[in-house]
Design a protein around this ligand. Structure first.
Ligand code: GDP
Ligand code: MG
Length: 596
């Protein structure tokens, strides 16, 4: 085993923080200060990235970057900041030795600060606590320092103070990375490299971002992905400056990219291990295939846009192993796709990208979770839509996903939050005090409860201060039923939903009312019903448009008038009896139901 002097001068690290605490800005300062990117290029880069991820502070995937600081080589990996992507965060963390824990001095420690810190500690990383935004007039340095010390167990003098905006303290931080983060271990064992990200390049296929753990990888090597068993030949290796820069090889301890030539992102998933195709080494720890948790239908507002929707989803899928989709046809909404997402943010990002990059104005149906059904014959199935729910007599048990939820909030909002969580079927576990002002509430909450308006309500209850983190806990038994909606005595498939048994009545009533307000009147009386199985639990009628057939008649010939009206009534009866009274559900009526 050879260890060269140069190897001792590599430092691999990442930045972890709550959203908006200044990761991207600090990364920009690093790139500038190390002359990796000139000031002029920096401006261009900022302009280029004015899209959704930037606006929402969830950061475009900032490419990893190799920087020179004195004679050290620093490798920065960015981590996606949101819980939906926490598996990816954990793989990024597995690729480095140290983490900057960045906390906004005007906001203090928040939910994702803690969640990400725990992920980093699980990986055994050296943590460098850093206070950011000290230039802000409302920065509370003593208090935030105290919070960080309590959280990490460090001493106040270990906490660095910087401003990513003005650059103050950033050089000291770079030096702290060199001093405190250990050099990666190097060796000449058979190749093992961790894929911590991968993306699709139109011209070169899948490019994997890797951390080499053992051995070396170079162009022409025949490689294999351990979990998917895909074999391929390395077309190129290199590192990011942050542009891709070709190099002769990547050795253990180094971070860079491999152009694999593979065509599908599913063949080269985050967390997989790259080895030489003919060696049999143990795969690196922590691989898991992430599965979608949230499902919704995507439909076009304009029917002729379907081909574009298909193209858009197919393109996004190229770069997104977690996105699932299959065609779906809805009576009210036409052709579309049923899609699976990691979480609500993932859904929003996809919807937003389809809008911006493909000009698609979409209707998204109410998001739902996956239910696990144990049937009476003992088979277990997972369902993603109400249509797949077997009839009650075939169901032995239904289970729904439960999340482990932490809510961080100033203590004055505690009462409101507790109430909200109770409404949402949360099970209270315990409360912790982070300091004398901030409380952390721990709950188990069904994922369905988080899907609709939980986050918005939490924010409005807490004047925007509360923050939230959640992770999948397990599946637990629940009592749900399929709520059907009937219009003119026909089931409208796209309005069906899976609801808690004890909420079916209330929700059914709401939907019936909403339809009564939004459906257009017909030539006949329109029955609107909500039913569970064969039992109608809510019903209403929309009276008929009355074509005034007597208008033409003048004078007092009542007999004729009555006769005509009677004739008309009969006609209507006939129409209904023969089932010709099929009703189109206009998109507006459908949308009104979705909003309830
Ligand atoms: P990220 O979500 O962690 O990547 O955060 P960003 O880097 O996108 O920053 C979030 C917001 O905070 C942006 O509006 C930045 O301009 C601002 N910001 C970041 N660092 C500083 C800082 O040191 N001082 C001040 N005043 N604002 C900052
Ligand atoms: Mg960012």
């Amino acid at each position: 085993m050879l260890v060269s002097v140069m190897d001792q001068k590599i430092r691999n690290f990442c930045i972890i923080a709550h959203i908006d605490h200044g990761k991207s800005t600090l990364a920009d300062r690093f790139l500038e200060l190390t002359n990796t990117i000139s000031k002029r290029e920096m401006k261009e880069q900022l302009l280029d990235q004015m899209d959704i991820e930037r606006e929402r502070g969830i950061t475009i995937k900032l490419q990893p970057a190799r920087m020179k600081w004195h004679d050290y080589e620093l490798n920065l990996i960015d981590t996606p900041g949101h819980v939906d992507f926490s598996y990816e965060v954990s793989r990024s963390l597995a690729a480095v030795e140290g983490a900057i824990l960045l906390v906004d001095a005007s906001q203090g420690v928040q939910a994702q600060t803690v969640a990400n810190l725990y992920l980093a500690l699980e990986q055994g990383l050296e943590i460098i606590p850093v206070l950011n935004k000290i230039d802000l007039p409302n920065a509370d340095v003593p208090r935030t320092t105290d919070e960080i010390c309590k959280l990490t167990g460090c001493k106040p003098e270990d906490v660095l103070k910087v401003s990513g905006k003005t650059g103050q303290g950033v050089d000291l931080l770079l030096q702290a990375i060199v001093d405190r983060v250990s050099a990666p271990k190097t060796n000449t064992n058979p190749l093992r490299a961790l894929v911590f990200d991968s993306n699709y390049d139109e011209y070169r296929g899948i490019v994997a971002q890797i951390r080499v753990m053992d051995g070396e990888i170079k162009q022409g090597d025949k490689i294999k992905l351990t979990s998917t068993k895909k074999e391929t030949e390395v077309l190129e290796v290199g590192y990011y400056t942050p542009k891709m820069k070709k190099s002769a090889s990547l050795k253990s301890g180094e971070i860079g990219y491999v152009v694999t030539g593979l065509k599908s992102i599913e063949d080269c998933r985050v967390g997989d291990t790259v080895t030489l195709f003919d060696t049999n080494v143990e795969m690196l720890k922590g691989y898991k295939e992430v599965k979608p948790m949230v499902f919704a239908g995507l439909f076009c507002k304009e029917g002729n846009e379907y081909p574009r929707l298909r193209e858009g989803i197919e393109k996004l899928k190229l770069n997104d192993a977690a996105l699932m989709y299959e065609p779906e046809n809805s009576q009210a909404l036409g052709f579309g796709f049923r899609c699976g997402f990691l979480g609500l943010l993932h859904l929003e990002v996809i919807q937003e990208r389809l809008k911006r990059e493909f000009g698609l104005d979409l209707v998204v149906t109410v998001p739902s979770v996956a239910y696990k059904i144990t049937k009476t014959d003992g088979t277990v199935i997972t369902i993603h839509s109400p249509q797949e729910l077997p009839s009650p007599d075939k169901i032995n048990k239904v289970e729904e996903p439960i999340m482990n939820v932490d809510i961080f909030s100033p203590k004055e909002y505690l009462g409101g939050i507790m109430q909200l969580v109770a409404q949402k079927r949360g099970i209270y576990l315990n409360t912790e005090y982070l300091d004398d002002k901030i409380v952390v509430l721990h709950y188990h909450i069904p994922l369905t409860a988080l899907l609709v308006d939980f986050y918005d309500k939490l924010k409005s209850i807490s004047a925007g201060y509360a923050s939230l983190n959640y992770e999948f806990l397990n599946y637990q038994t629940t009592e749900v039923v399929k709520l059907d909606i009937l219009v003119a005595e026909e089931i409208v498939e796209s309005l069906a939903s899976i609801v808690y048994k004890d909420e079916a009545f209330t929700i059914g009533k709401k939907i019936v009312n909403s339809l009564k307000e939004t459906l257009p009147r017909q030539q006949f009386v329109l029955k609107i019903q909500a039913s569970v199985g064969s039992k109608v639990i809510a019903a209403d009628r929309l009276s008929a448009l009355r074509k005034d057939v007597t208008a033409k008649l003048y004078g007092g010939d009542y007999t004729r008038k009555r006769k005509l009206l009677e004739k008309q009534k009969k006609g209507k009866k006939k129409m209904l009896a023969h089932g010709t009274g099929k009703v189109d559900i206009p998109t507006e009526a459908f949308l009104a139901v979705l909003k309830k």
